[in-house]
Design a protein around this ligand. Sequence first.
Ligand code: C5P
Length: 291
Amino acid sequence: MDISVKAPAKINLTLDVLHKRADGYHELEMVMTTIDLADRIDLTETSGGIQLESTSGFVPYDERNLAYRAAVLIKERFSIKKGVRILIHKHIPVAAGLAGGSSDAAATLKGLNRMWNLGLSREELEEWGLELGSDVPFCVHGGTAIARGRGERLVSAASPPPCWVILAKPPHGVSTAEVFGALRMDRVTRRPNLDGMLNALESKDFHGVCRHLENVLESVTIPAYPKVRRLKEKMAAFGAEGVLMSGSGPTVFGLVHRETTARRVVNGLRGFCRQVYAVRILGGTEGESLV
Ligand code: C5P
């Protein structure tokens, strides 16, 4: 194996939809942060072609996989004859609203940039990432950032104060395209207060961060999947101070300050949900690190 790259998941602290654009995408304004739940991507140079393997049976092994498409993009643009074997050690739940596939693609872009000495800057990798998917630029960027446009216009933001993030992933996956397709802004009753969230982050105000968690896509996913609401209620009842659905869902996360409370929330949720994780925010560091 030549290169190993960590591919962390993200959560949305806020997600607002400003309007639908002429190109069919939605103009977004959101705050995202990376968390310490990560896939690992091992890249090995081969004599030709692209082979993708994964420790998970839930990810496709061909062009449907964003990491595979990242390798195709790099090979084509730089006319690289050599090939690569991509091994994805999968830990991030799939179709969960945690950008697992996007982060695998971002890590593949970064890893191949190094492996083949391409000299692409982070900004260039972000631009290339957008060709693969709206969340890929943020996954290249890492840390904590405001994302606008489709998700590619990124401005670094202060990281959340150290805390625990409890994640609960219901058994079903959710299609982002379907969620955006079903969004009716006239049914959205609550919108994020971006300045409120940024002020809370800037002053490392844990309670303020919890108070300003808001995601307009909950207005679509929660009515379609009542389990998401029930998980939010359980998380709050067991002691999480702020609870929100991440991205288009269905994963719900809760923010907790104290480790003892984190344990209580995890133990309480175990009876209701099979996939429960307790991780830390990575938001202050670069999303990428070689392992
Ligand atoms: O860019 P990506 O392929 O990840 O987006 C998946 C789908 O989510 C798009 O096809 C689109 O339906 C929806 N989307 C959107 N507006 C965005 C990002 C995604 O409507 N800013």
